[in-house]
Each structure stands twice: as structure tokens, then as C-alpha cells.
Ligand binder design. Structure first.
Ligand SMILES: Nc1ncnc2c1ncn2[C@@H]1O[C@H](COP(=O)(O)OP(=O)(O)O)[C@@H](O)[C@H]1O
Ligand SMILES: [Mg+2]
Length: 445
């Protein structure tokens, strides 16, 4: 196993424009870190990489915030033996490991984010920019590949190679799709204003799952409309390019319009963004984000599929008792189910959906209960959650089972009243489906 300094390599986790990033373990403490490694060489490229290394280390030494990757260590020179047995001179930066990877993967491969979720992350972005500004810094390469997820899916700003304290820059830095027009046009620019522009592109992408334009210049069909001040046409064009199904709130459009202004002086400031009406709308809670993104991660890893649309249109919505076609309680033995079965209790059964393991639906139920402050106990052995609902003078003890249909292995959620009000059970069931629709994509369409 390769080691450099006090770090033992585990596996490769990323590649950037200039670096290779390895997951590694600190031999002294066992702590997992990300090692960002760059080759040293005397070539022009090598010297450029060296300047990025030095800059990133210097910047990270000055920044300390939970939404910025922590610097754990660095070395300007180490010798690494390559696969051909040759010695290679490298430098490395040891960083806090962001275990859930890039925001990019979640927006590129998953469902678009709800407004509440988008607001949660956008708020973290703005707070981080505000903190950086308080330390005099701009990032200059904000993009979904450089925004990572740490434990509990907290956003982590990464890649500070281009970060600067300068207030007037002349070198074009960043990534085309996120660059402000003045940067793209090679004009001197204020990097804080350029960061705000990039943040708007991210905001747009999180909500829509596509880019607002290719490049912020006249030749771009979309951005040209922004430059000409024809913002209504810009939004119309986006709406039409997506079958007209996309709906953008007036507040959302207004915020984006203000941040994408071609004239940096007219572009919204961080304060103006914070006070914008869109920012005051409902925001997901950290707890919801944790649950939602654990599920998203499972989808990314191919462990879950969303509902087959044909299937869901056939078995309509929250139809009662549609489970009878040889469904079994997931993982629990059938004889026990038979004992518990009670004709009178009229179990309520959701649509059958394709998920690889029943845990996902158990997660969905516990997520719902946590969000609604409903007391619940998860069975350690079965795919089952017992919940107690209280509403005014009514009470219900409900058993929630995850069913599995034999013919195709699809699963559903069943609510069964053990005691108390059946009406309340029915209400909780409908409320759960509604909650899942809003938070779990099209699980129960
Ligand atoms: N601390 C980290 N934890 C997990 N993954 C990381 C970490 N740092 C970097 N990566 C991964 O490596 C990629 C490249 O790292 P980055 O710092 O952006 O390098 P570059 O400057 O070469 O673009 C990131 O996009 C990300 O996928
Ligand atoms: Mg990068």
C-alpha cells in the first residue's frame, strides 16, 4: 500500500483540471482525509500548478467555516513511486474528506431539487461567500464540481487554487459555463461580483437541472437575451425548451435576473440577495436534507428506481387494499402476518414501486414521522414501523409494514390500525403519501 508522509492511500476519489485526489488514512490517527496531489516539475505547467498549490494552502490556512473544506496538512515535496517504479516529485494538500462527493453528481444524475432544498443549499452558498468576503476573499471557480457534500450533506466549498484577495483581477480564471461576462470578455473584473454570477448559475441548475446558457456572451442564444434586457424572452425560451412544463416563480426569476446582470455594478450584492423575497420562502431543515440526500445517494448508486409510470397509472394513487395480489410483508414470516391480519382493520396500501431494498421505504416512513414529530419505533427485525398519532382528542396506534409483491418484487407501504381511530390512520396514510410526493421524487406518483 502506497504511503506518503503520514498518509496511507485507500483509493482514488477525484480528478480535477490540475490534480488527482486520493482518499487516504492518517496512519497516526486513522482519520480519513482527501489528498489532493499535483506533480512538481520545472515546466511552465509545473510552475503554474505549484502556484495553485501554494495559493490554496495559504488561503485555506486563513479560512475556517463548516462549509469550507478544512486543511489538515500539506507538503510541497514528497517522492512517490509510480506504477513503473519511477520516482515522481509531488506536492499534496490533505483536506477534510467530503464523503458524499460532488453536488455535480446529484444535479446531473438525480431529480431536480425542490425549491425548499435549493434554498437550503443556496443559503449555505451565500453565507460562505459572505464569510469569505469578511476575510477579503473571492473563490473564482464556483461550480457544482467544486461544491462537495460532507457528513450530513453539509455543503463544502472546495478547490481554492484560484481564490484571491485582490479586488480587481485581470487574469481570466474559472470555468466557461459559470464565468461572468466581464471575465469571459477578458476585461478587468471584481472577483466578488464574478462569484455572485457563478452562484446564480448554480441556483438555476439546482432548480432546473439544466444550464441557463452555454457562455455568458452575445453569441449565446440565451445569454444574449439577458444582455439585451429581454428577460421575459429569456425565461420564455427556457420554458419552451422544456415542453412548457417548468414553472418559475416571479421571485425566483427576479433573483436570478438580478444576479445574472451583465453589468457587474448593477448585479445584486450579497446583502441584496440575502434580503431578496425569494430567500424568505420556506427552507428545508437539515434533518430533511439528510434523509432526502441519503435516498438520492441510493438512487445515484443504482439501488433504487423511481416508479414505473405505467404501473402507477394502473394502480391509482392511494387505492385501498390493492395489496392483495400475493403481497408479503417484507422480510417477516408469513405465518406471523396471518396471525396479525384482521379483516376489520382495512389496511391501506400505497402504489407498488421499484426499490431494491425495503430499507428505503422504512427510511421514508421514519423521515415522515421525524418531520411531523410523530412518535415511532422501528422494528429491528422486520420492515415495520409502529407509529402513534395524536390529533386533538383522537389517537391511533398504527403498524406500518413494507410489503413485497411476489410476481415482480415491487414494494408498497401498508398502514394498518392496531387500535384507536381508523379515520386518523387514514389521514396519516394520505398525509404520508403527500409528504413522500413532495420529498421523495415520484416514489408514489
Ligand atoms: N476533500 C475532498 N473530499 C472528497 N472529494 C474531493 C475532495 N477534494 C477534492 N475531491 C474530488 O476531487 C475533484 C478535484 O478536486 P479539486 O480540488 O477541485 O481539484 P482541481 O483543482 O484539480 O480541480 C473534486 O471535484 C472532487 O470530486
Ligand atoms: Mg476543481
Amino acid at each position: 500500500m502506497t504511503t506518503i508522509g503520514n498518509y496511507k492511500f485507500v483509493r482514488k476519489i477525484g480528478t480535477g483540471g490540475f490534480s488527482k485526489v486520493m482518499l487516504a488514512e492518517d496512519i497516526r490517527t486513522g482519520e480519513k482525509v482527501a489528498l489532493k496531489i499535483m506533480k512538481n516539475s520545472g515546466s511552465k505547467q509545473g510552475l503554474y500548478r505549484k502556484s495553485l498549490f501554494e495559493n490554496e494552502v495559504a488561503v485555506l490556512k486563513e479560512l475556517e467555516l463548516n462549509t469550507i473544506l478544512k486543511l489538515k496538512g500539506s507538503s510541497p515535496h514528497e517522492l512517490l513511486i509510480d506504477p513503473n517504479g519511477k520516482e515522481v516529485d509531488i506536492n499534496y494538500i490533505a483536506l477534510e474528506y467530503a464523503q458524499y462527493g460532488e453536488l455535480f453528481d446529484y444535479v446531473a444524475k438525480g431529480e431536480k431539487f425542490s425549491e425548499k432544498t435549493t434554498r437550503f443549499f443556496f443559503n449555505q452558498i451565500i453565507k460562505t461567500l459572505e464569510y469569505m468576503a469578511s476575510k477579503g476573499y473571492s473563490h473564482r471557480d464556483i461550480k457544482p464540481e467544486n461544491l462537495l457534500f460532507g457528513s450530513d450533506f453539509t455543503l463544502k466549498f472546495a478547490d481554492f487554487g484560484f481564490a484571491t484577495k485582490s479586488e480587481r483581477c485581470t487574469q481570466r480564471r474559472g470555468t466557461f459555463g459559470y464565468m461572468a461576462p466581464e471575465v469571459l470578455a477578458n476585461k478587468p473584473y471584481n472577483p466578488r461580483k464574478a462569484d455572485i454570477f457563478s452562484a446564480a448559475v448554480i441556483l438555476f441548475i439546482m432548480t432546473t437541472k439544466h444550464c441557463p446558457f452555454i457562455k455568458a456572451e452575445h453569441g449565446d442564444k440565451y445569454y444574449n437575451l439577458v444582455m439585451k434586457g429581454q428577460l421575459d424572452k429569456f425565461w420564455e425560451l427556457h420554458q419552451n425548451s422544456n415542453d412548457g412544463t417548468e414553472e418559475f416563480s416571479e421571485d425566483f426569476k427576479d433573483l436570478i435576473n438580478g444576479m445574472l446582470q451583465a453589468n457587474p455594478k448593477a448585479r445584486l450584492s450579497l446583502d441584496a440577495i440575502k434580503n431578496h423575497p425569494w430567500m424568505k420562502g420556506p427552507m428545508a431543515k437539515a434533518e430533511d436534507i439528510k434523509f432526502e440526500f441519503r435516498l438520492r445517494k441510493k438512487i445515484l448508486e443504482g439501488n433504487i428506481e423511481t416508479t414505473d409510470p405505467k404501473e402507477s397509472s394502473q394502480s391509482s394513487g392511494c387505492s385501498q387494499n390493492s395489496s392483495s395480489d400475493s403481497a408479503t410483508n417484507e422480510d417477516s414470516d408469513q405465518s406471523e402476518n396471518a396471525e396479525m391480519a384482521d379483516e376489520e382493520s382495512e389496511p391501506l396500501v400505497s402504489d407498488y414501486v421499484s426499490v431494491v431494498d425495503g430499507d428505503i421505504l422504512v427510511d421514508a416512513v421514519t423521515w415522515y414521522c421525524t418531520a411531523k414529530k410523530i412518535s415511532h419505533i422501528k422494528s429491528p427485525d422486520f420492515y415495520r414501523v409502529n407509529i402513534k398519532v395524536d390529533e386533538g382528542d383522537k389517537r391511533a396506534n398504527i403498524e406500518v409494514n413494507i410489503l413485497r409483491r411476489k410476481k415482480d418484487g415491487k414494494r408498497a407501504v401498508e398502514f394498518k390500525t392496531l387500535s384507536g381511530s381508523k379515520a386518523l390512520c387514514s389521514y396519516a396514510f394520505t398525509d404520508f403519501l403527500e409528504f413522500s410526493r413532495n420529498h421523495l421524487y415520484e416514489l408514489f406518483n
